[in-house]
Design a protein around this ligand. Structure first.
Ligand code: FES
Ligand code: FES
Length: 169
């Protein structure tokens, strides 16, 4: 009689999964020790996060990891294992749809390179502090750089969202 295989005889797998915009994705075998932004863009074809500086300065690569904004260029992809990751694409289709609309309506999108990062960061900021004022918003968004708008129109977009949501009079 052939004994039934014990659970410990099952093959061990190092496969690492992360949920990206609601879809479970498998990290490539060599992905764990590469930066998350590179793995997202080059291995998984997830292009919403942008590479600006690549060194944690500009915020263009911002994604939400379990609801927290992070610079994907400065963290290891392996550290996202098992996490729920949302890019600007997922945010625009979900909790930040009104933020995306207001960024455009207020003129906060010009060349657009910084916009995915701002969309993610503003959505996270308003989730934490729905009634944030201009000065606090400016400070909170200091990790996102924009070379086009002078920031005024981006702050106007934040205010527009708040008025629509009834969190700013
Ligand atoms: S590309 Fe990540 S912070 Fe600039
Ligand atoms: S719109 Fe061009 S960098 Fe912000």
């Amino acid at each position: 009689v052939t004994p039934a295989p014990s659970p410990t005889a099952l093959p061990v797998t190092d496969t690492v999964f992360v949920t990206v915009d609601g879809v479970t994705r498998e990290l490539p075998a060599d992905g764990e020790n590469r930066d998350l932004l590179t793995v997202l863009r080059d291995s998984l074809g997830v292009m919403a996060p942008k590479e600006g500086c690549g060194t944690g300065v500009c915020g263009a690569c911002t994604v939400l990891l379990d609801g927290q904004p992070v610079n994907s260029c400065t963290m290891l992809a392996g550290d996202a294992a098992g996490c729920d990751l949302q890019t600007a694409a997922g945010v625009a289709a979900g909790p930040g749809a009104d933020v995306a609309h207001c960024l455009v309506a207020a003129g906060g999108v010009q060349c657009g390179f910084c916009s995915p990062g701002f969309l993610v960061s503003i959505t996270a900021l308003l989730a934490r502090h729905p009634d944030v004022d201009d000065e606090a918003a400016r400070l909170a968004l200091a990790g996102n750089l924009c070379r086009c708008t002078g920031y005024g129109r981006i702050l106007a977009a934040v205010e527009m969202v708040q008025r629509q949501r009834g969190s700013r009079p």
